[in-house]
Design a protein around this ligand. Structure first.
Ligand SMILES: Nc1ncnc2c1ncn2[C@@H]1O[C@H](COP(=O)(O)OP(=O)(O)OP(=O)(O)O)[C@@H](O)[C@H]1O
Ligand SMILES: [Mg+2]
Length: 176
């Protein structure tokens, strides 16, 4: 574990948003954040916090069906490009979408499937979001309505691995 790597426990969705907001404080144009975690782990919730911290326009929601959504900055600062990587082969495909911004002038946050953190770029933050106790048993979700699924939610363990020279000497936020 390099000096920059951190592990935090986030008890609820608000705590996860708050941590994302704090992380935004160290993000700048050109940065790439890869979020891994199973379905419903909290990747979009975390991205909402990053969006709030960056001060960007629009509600950060699941980017499903659109691959990537641009949230322009409300004032000075980078845009947020929020990417759903499930159907994505590489970041070049995002550049090819002809977004209203380039990745160099944006903070790019990619919601990635579990265990798919192949390197896309030299410099990146790899964020994994997990339920420490596994959360729901496999298959249990099929018989629960959405409210019950929410009730089964709870603490997430977030680990961040900082890769590349961009992150040398950068202190990531810690909580608790
Ligand atoms: N500590 C927590 N951190 C984040 N979300 C939490 C936490 N506790 C409960 N939740 C709930 O878990 C759900 C997380 O959903 P979210 O859409 O953020 O996950 P996701 O990883 O983006 O899912 P998907 O794989 O569908 O994209 C939300 O309903 C949120 O309120
Ligand atoms: Mg999501």
């Amino acid at each position: 574990m390099s000096a920059a790597d951190v592990r935090v426990e986030l008890p609820d969705a608000d705590a996860t948003r708050e941590y994302g907001r704090a992380l935004a404080g160290v993000l700048r144009a050109g940065d790439l954040v890869l979020l891994s975690g199973s379905l419903g782990a909290g990747k979009t919730t975390f991205t909402q916090g990053i969006g709030a911290g960056l001060g960007v326009r629009g509600r950060v929601a699941s980017p499903t069906f659109i691959i990537a959504r641009v949230h322009p900055p409300l004032a000075a600062g980078p845009a947020l490009v929020h990417v759903d990587a499930y159907r994505l082969g590489s970041l070049d495909e995002v550049e090819a979408l002809d977004l209203d911004t380039s990745l160099e002038e944006s903070v790019t946050v990619v919601e990635w499937g579990e265990g798919l953190l192949e390197s896309l770029a030299q410099d990146r933050l790899e964020v994994s979001i997990e339920r420490p106790h596994g959360g729901l048993d496999a298959g249990a979700g099929e018989n629960l309505d959405p409210d019950e699924l929410d009730a089964a939610a709870g603490t997430r363990t977030v680990r961040i691995r900082a890769v590349g020279t961009r992150w040398a000497g950068v202190a990531l936020p810690v909580v608790g």
